[in-house]
Design a protein around this ligand. Structure first.
Ligand SMILES: Nc1ncnc2c1ncn2[C@@H]1O[C@H](COP(=O)(O)OP(=O)(O)O)[C@@H](O)[C@H]1O
Ligand SMILES: N[C@@H](CC(=O)OP(=O)(O)O)C(=O)O
Length: 781
């Protein structure tokens, strides 16, 4: 049984490496009996179209140049992919095809659709052979055996039977997209980009559960992500909007793609063949997703006014020009938007019923919910006015506005338009993990904060996670009564369930705020990133994980335009990461950071004056909740080591935790064994500290537990440990619990930049997390 129909577009098959990537995807995502619909590799159809045009113009030089180009391209795909006999066979088949094409050209018997079909035929043959070579059972199928059209209409019953007869259950069926046959057996095509349609047709005929359109973007975005860097990827887009976009000429889905799915439950998703871990876009039925905002651009468009146009005729015309066509009615007149190069064909076909109103226009259509359209249209016009772009034609419809002008919209203008029209009205889903001391305070301030943030962005708390339980509400948890919702609705914590729920969230942006101290939870960050979540961490583990993991996480975040803030992982709310980023971004070079980055150790060292034993202070700090549950976590210096590593990596240094020398604030024997052993042997700690303090006092100095990072032209040194400092040194004048960062740089050379203040505590840390959230929201725009 066919479970999934995969479709790989030309962009996914543009090189031998891409075929290898596609084969990997098939291996990982399909089972025997599944179908793989393929388009022509890269720009093959464009080249075949050029060949057809040169043939019509009888330009024999161009014909042979293009044939050579096509031959070379196919050979460049076959050579690295196939070996031995299958390679020989592929070459022989290709040469035979090219010979027949050449022959038909010479005999003046070439037909357009038959010629264009070769792109898909070559792709299907090559992919099937390559899969077989990899050890899979696979067959190439020519869709002309599967799909028949009579006078432009699909013969549903016959096609269903043909699919039943040819689609094999014991192998992967690699099927040509884009092509079909008419009832005389001649080749017909389904229109440019028509392979998406082939895939959904096949899924319908074979009762498949799912169609996956694999392309070169991660899904359907608010606008072309190649033109606008911060285009928003949508997790869900409803069929109606996807359809409208396609009719308006957007290439991400073909206009007819959705029609075979109409009365079915077949799931349709758009995924990236370049980044298969990225969360896809699902095209859902009406009512299963809110209306999203899109901008799609149009180029080289002519606007025709037509007398009496039936919708059947629109289909005929689009079949004629092999392109989607958009038509609409304005003030009782019917208009057609047509690609300029096809106007002549259309005007001729409509025999006197079409007038060209405007020619060679560019422009855009803004697609959105009906309630927003008028306002968005006004805003777009205002922006174009400021850019001195004068519209030649504006059409306001119920769920889109069309603006056509002479000037093309470049990426800069599109970005401005996107910022103004699309980013407003977006929503951010907030997921909070960890309800310990800091988490609770954070949550108690969240309602008010979200209210404040709503001036910039709509934010909703949609999930609360704790180690054992989790609570979800996709429409937003009511913050004034989250406790009772927690009591009644919290589920047992389950990782798969959590990831599933996050992938389901229908929000333009999502952020996971990690206020846990869990290394295990930090290990989920790559999954969150795959699900397009921004990250805010108070948790230090991800920032100090091994470098390769950390770097891969950063790269994945960057690829997806996702943000990661972790200011509170060092110095609680103190703006240390901001300061470092600012200095570096403005061209300064940091040479040294030294300081006390542990509130607990700061408190212990500042309070210690030798009058009471050091261990007594440790117990007191523990009692007051300053320390980790086992205070040796603090005394080990590991926490400071992590913080120094986070700062070092912020400066672009490729360091691991163990590259930072660490001397604990306790004798080695106490680090091993149980907490009770520690208590029993506390005198060892007291003697250890007293001896160090006496030495310091002899030199009129004080004890401080510090971290230091020095960057010279040829070396980097980093250490964490106990030092002695003069009594007038910046590190000496700390209030108990304060953190201090002393930064030397090119500009702050003699006189260091000092950031000092409370570096621990639930209130300041929660405030720091809010500050990260505020920063994030501001940077979503
Ligand atoms: N809103 C959008 N979302 C995603 N992609 C878009 C959007 N608008 C335009 N595009 C463009 O659509 C292209 C995918 O269509 P196409 O090249 O036909 O893919 P394929 O070859 O896989 O069929 C992307 O490379 C992207 O530049
Ligand atoms: N090869 C055809 C059909 C197609 O669907 O292509 P793609 O999947 O690359 O958009 C075309 O270029 O129009």
């Amino acid at each position: 049984m066919v479970n999934i129909v995969h479709k790989f577009g030309g962009s996914s098959l543009s090189s031998a490496e891409r075929y290898q990537a596609v084969a990997k995807i098939i291996l990982a995502n399909s089972q025997l009996g599944d179908c793989v619909v393929v388009s022509a590799a890269g720009k093959t159809t464009d080249n075949l179209v050029k060949l057809w045009q040169s043939y019509q113009q009888q330009d024999s030089q161009a014909v042979s140049d293009i044939l050579l180009l096509i031959d070379n391209h196919q050979q460049a795909l076959i050579t690295p992919l196939l070996q031995g006999e299958s390679r020989e066979l592929a070459f022989a088949n290709l040469q035979a095809d090219l010979a027949i094409i050449t022959d038909k050209i010479q005999q003046q018997q070439l037909s357009e659709a038959w010629l264009l079909a070769h792109g898909e035929l070559w792709s299907a043959r090559l992919l099937a052979s390559y899969l077989v070579q990899l050890g899979l059972t696979a067959q190439a199928l020519d869709a002309r055996q599967l799909f028949t059209l009579h006078e432009g209409q699909l013969l549903q019953q016959k096609n269903q039977q043909q699919c039943g007869a040819y689609i094999a259950t014991h192998c992967i069926n690699v099927v040509t997209g884009f092509i079909a046959a008419d009832s005389q057996g001649n080749t017909v095509t389904l229109g440019r980009n028509g392979s998406d349609y082939s895939a959904t047709l096949l899924a319908d005929y074979c009762y498949a559960k799912q169609v996956v359109i694999w392309t070169d973007t991660q899904g359907v975005f608010s606008t072309d992500p190649r033109k606008v860097k911060n285009a928003i990827k949508y997790a869900k887009v409803c069929r109606e909007q996807a359809n409208l976009l396609a009719r308006l000429g957007n290439p991400v889905l073909h206009a007819k793609t959705l029609s075979p799915l109409k009365n079915t439950d077949i799931k349709l998703v758009v995924r990236s063949s370049f980044d298969c871990d990225a969360a896809p876009t699902e095209i859902v039925k009406e009512g299963y997703s809110k209306a999203k905002r899109f901008i799609t651009t149009l180029d080289n468009i002519d606007l025709l006014r037509v007398d009496k146009l039936s919708s059947g005729e629109v289909g005929e015309l689009s079949q004629l020009i092999q392109h989607s066509l958009h038509h609409f009615t304005k003030a009782g007149d019917t208009y057609l938007l047509v690609p300029a190069q096809t106007t002549h064909q259309i005007v001729t076909h409509l025999a006197g019923r079409a007038n060209i109103i405007e020619s060679n226009l560019s422009g855009c259509a803004v697609v959105a919910a009906t309630a927003d359209i008028v306002h968005l249209g006004e805003q777009a016009l205002e922006l174009f006015d400021k850019q001195s772009i004068t519209p030649r034609f504006v059409h306001l419809d119920t769920n889109y506005v069309l603006l056509l002008h002479e000037q093309a919209i470049d990426s800069d203008v599109l970005t401005l338009l996107h910022d103004k029209l699309i980013n407003k009205g977006q929503e951010l889903a907030v997921i909070v993990a960890g309800l310990g001391n800091v988490g609770k305070v954070f949550l108690s301030q969240l309602e008010q904060q979200l209210q404040r943030l709503s001036e910039h962005y709509n934010c909703k708390l949609v999930a609360l996670l704790r180690a054992k339980k989790m609570l979800f509400s996709a429409s937003g948890i009511n913050l004034s009564e989250w406790q009772s919702q927690w009591q009644n609705e919290a589920l047992d914590y389950d990782q798969a369930e959590l990831l599933g729920r996050l992938s389901e969230l229908d929000y333009e942006h999502k952020v996971v705020i990690d206020i846990t101290a869990s290394e295990h939870f930090s290990r989920l960050y790559p999954h969150f990133v795959d699900l397009n979540c921004h990250l805010i961490s108070a948790n230090k583990y991800a920032g100090t994980a091994d470098y390769d993991w950390y770097q891969a996480l950063r790269e994945n975040l960057a690829e997806r335009n996702l943000l990661w803030r972790y200011n509170t992982s060092v110095g609680a709310g103190l703006p240390i990461n901001f300061a470092l980023a600012d200095l570096q971004n403005s061209g300064d070079r940091i040479s040294r950071i030294e300081g006390v980055f542990s509130g607990t150790l700061s408190w212990l060292c500042s309070c210690y004056d030798g009058r009471s034993a050091f261990s007594e202070l440790v117990f007191k700090a523990q009692e007051m909740g300053y320390t980790e549950p086992d205070p040796r976590e603090d005394l080990s210096g590991r926490d400071m080591q992590r913080k120094l590593l986070i700062l070092a990596r912020d400066l672009g240094l490729h360091l691991e935790l163990d590259d930072i020398a660490l001397t604990p604030l306790m004798p080695e024997q106490l680090a091993a064994g149980s907490w009770q052993d520690f208590i029993d042997n506390k005198h060892l700690l007291d003697e250890f500290i007293a001896a160090k303090a006496a030495l310091a006092e002899q030199q009129n100095q004080l004890l401080r537990y510090t971290g230091a990072l020095s960057i010279n032209a040829d070396s980097v040194t980093a250490q964490v440990g106990l030092v002695t400092v003069d009594k007038d040194h910046a590190l000496a004048s700390l209030k108990p619990g304060d953190n201090i960062f002393v930064i030397n740089s090119q500009w702050y050379n003699e006189n260091a930049l000092v950031i000092q203040g409370p570096g621990a505590g639930a209130d300041v840390t929660a405030a720091g997390v809010h500050s990260d959230l505020y920063w994030l929201v501001n940077n979503l725009k």
